[in-house]
Design a binder for this molecule. Structure first.
Ligand SMILES: Cc1ncc(COP(=O)(O)O)c(C=O)c1O
Length: 451
C-alpha cells in the first residue's frame, strides 16, 4: 500500500496486484533522514518511512484456486489432486525432503512429530526458552516434561552445549527452534543427537527457506515442523507442514494427523501403527492459498536476505547495537530481524529506543519477554493427571537444574522488526539505520524526556 492509498483502494487494486509478483506490491516511500533534526519523540518530524504493504500479501491466483476448491466441494484435505496434497508435495520438493504432510498449524505439526516419536508422559524434551509458547505447549500436551537449556545470547539460539548438560535417561527428543528463521547450530545438534541416540525435531515454524550449509532448515533432523500462520513468511491464515526423510515416521505423522486407525472401518489391526492420533488436517482452502503463494517464496527469501545482511552491515557500525549473529554456513529465513541493545554503550534503554523508533514511524517491538518458564510448567502440570506423572521431588530437581541467564538478558535487550519490512526497497534499510543513529545521537535528551 503506498502512502496515497487507503485500505479500501489497496484492496480494490487486488486484481492488478494479482497480475504482479508479490514484490511489486511493496512500494514504500523513503525520504532521506536528516541526522541533525530531532527525532519525532523530541518533537521533530516523523520519518518519511512506510513499512510497506498489508501482510499477508497477494501474489495472484489465490482467488481462482479458492473458487476451484469451493466449487469442487472438496473443502477438506481432499484427494491426491487437491491443492492441499499438491501443496505438501511441492513444499517437500522445494525444500528437498522425501515426505511432506500438510497439517492445520505449526503447533499440530509439532504435536504430530512428538506423537510419531512416541513421546509421552514422563519423557523429557529439551527446548529453548527463547521461543513462542507453542514449542513448549506441544511437549506438555503429551504430558512430557519441557527441559529448558539456555541460549547463546549472540545468535539467540538454543546452546547445544547447554542442551547436552540437560540430557538424561528420560530425554526422548531435542527440539532446537530456528528462532527468527535463523538456524540453530545444526552440526552440533545432529552430532549430539547421534552421540546420545536421541532424535532431533527441528521447530522450523519461523524458518521456511532458511538454510544450513546448503540444505533447507527443517530437512536436517528426524522431523521438521513449519507454521503457515498469518504472520509467517509463507502464510495460509493458519497451517503447518511436517517434513521427514524417514518413511516409517512419514506413515506415523500421516496417521497421527488423521485419527490413525479407524477401528470400526473394517481394517485389520495388523495395519495399525500405534500412535497418539487426532484430527490435525489442513483444509482445501488453506491448501489453495498456500499452493498459489509457494512459487514466490524463494524470490521473497532472497530479497529479505539481501536487505537483512545490508541492514546488519549498517547497524553493526553503531556502538551498542548488535545484530543477531548467524552461525557460519547458515542463512536465515528472516522471519524476524532481531538485534540487541547494550544500554550502557548505546546511551538509551532498549525500551526507550523502541519508543523512539515507533514515534519515528518504524514498526518494531521487544519480542519475547522474560518469564518464569518453570513456574508455568509446574502450574500446567499441577493437575490430577500431571501430579500422577510427576512427583514433587522430580520437579524440584528439574527446576533446580534450570538456569537461564542468557534468556533473561536477551529478553531485556532484544529489538525485533517484522519480516515484511525486509521486502521493501533497500533505501528503507538505510532509513531504519539512520533512525537508530539519530536516536543514539539524541539519546541523552530522549532519556531525560522519558524520565
Ligand atoms: C517457534 C514457533 N513454534 C511454533 C509455532 C506455532 O505455530 P502455529 O501458530 O502455526 O500453531 C510458532 C508460531 O506461531 C512459532 O513461532
Amino acid at each position: 500500500m503506498n502512502s496515497k492509498q487507503n485500505r479500501r483502494e489497496f484492496l480494490a487494486a487486488g486484481a492488478s496486484l494479482a497480475a504482479a509478483t508479490a514484490l511489486d506490491a511493496f512500494s514504500p516511500i523513503y525520504g532521506a533522514v536528516d541526522l541533525n533534526a530531532k527525532p519525532a519523540i523530541l518533537g521533530g518530524d516523523k520519518l518519511k518511512y512506510d513499512a510497506g504493504p498489508l501482510w499477508p500479501t497477494f501474489v495472484g491466483g489465490e482467488v481462482e484456486r479458492l473458487t476451484e476448491v469451493f466449487e469442487s466441494r472438496q473443502w477438506n484435505r481432499g484427494d491426491e489432486s487437491s491443492p492441499t496434497v499438491v501443496f505438501e508435495n511441492e513444499f517437500a520438493k522445494l525444500l528437498g525432503s522425501k515426505f511432506g504432510l500438510a497439517v492445520s498449524s505449526g503447533t499440530t505439526a509439532l504435536q504430530t512429530a512428538l506423537s510419531a516419536l512416541d513421546v509421552g508422559p514422563g519423557d523429557e524434551v529439551i527446548v529453548t526458552p527463547y521461543t513462542y509458547v507453542a514449542s513448549v505447549n506441544c511437549i506438555l500436551e503429551s504430558y512430557a516434561l519441557p527441559v529448558f537449556a539456555d541460549v547463546d545470547a549472540e545468535t539467540f539460539q538454543l546452546d547445544a552445549s547447554e542442551a547436552e548438560k540437560r540430557i538424561n535417561e528420560n530425554t526422548q527428543a531435542l527440539l532446537p527452534v530456528h528462532i527468527g528463521g535463523a538456524p540453530a547450530d545444526m552440526d552440533a545438534f545432529l552430532e549430539l543427537g547421534k552421540k546420545r541416540d536421541i532424535p532431533v525435531i527441528e521447530d522450523a515454524c519461523q524458518a521456511v527457506m532458511g538454510e544450513w550449509k546448503g540444505r533447507k532448515l527443517g530437512t536436517l533432523g528426524s522431523l521438521g515442523c513449519f507454521s503457515m500462520q498469518i504472520s509467517k513468511n509463507l502464510c495460509g491464515g493458519e497451517g503447518g507442514v511436517v517434513l521427514t526423510d524417514d518413511e516409517f515416521l512419514a506413515y506415523k505423522v500421516l496417521d497421527a494427523h488423521t485419527h490413525g486407525f479407524l477401528p470400526h472401518s473394517g481394517r485389520s489391526l495388523d495395519e495399525y501403527r500405534p500412535v497418539r492420533a487426532s484430527n490435525y488436517r489442513m483444509t482445501g482452502f488453506q491448501g489453495a492459498i498456500l499452493s498459489a503463494q509457494l512459487p514466490h517464496i524463494a524470490a521473497q527469501a532472497d530479497v529479505r536476505n539481501e536487505n537483512a545482511l545490508y541492514l546488519s552491515s549498517l547497524l553493526r557500525d553503531i556502538p551498542g547495537v548488535y545484530p543477531q549473529r548467524i552461525y557460519g554456513g547458515g542463512r536465515s529465513a528472516w522471519h524476524l530481524y532481531m538485534f540487541r541493545i547494550d544500554e550502557e554503550e548505546f546511551g538509551l534503554s532498549r525500551d526507550g529506543l523502541i519508543q523512539a523508533l515507533l514515534e519515528d514511524g518504524v514498526p518494531c517491538y521487544a519480542g519475547y519477554q522474560s518469564c518464569d518458564w518453570t513456574g508455568y510448567v509446574r502450574k500446567s502440570l499441577d493437575t490430577r493427571a500431571g501430579r500422577r506423572v510427576y512427583s514433587k521431588e522430580r520437579l524440584d530437581a528439574w527446576e533446580e537444574a534450570t538456569s537461564l541467564p542468557n534468556f533473561h538478558k536477551l529478553s531485556q535487550e532484544a529489538v525485533w522488526l517484522f519480516q515484511y519490512q525486509l521486502l521493501a526497497p533497500k533505501e528503507n534499510m538505510d532509513a531504519i539505520a539512520d533512525a537508530v543513529r539519530r536516536i543514539k545521537k539524541y539519546a541523552p535528551d530522549i532519556k531525560k524526556a522519558l524520565a
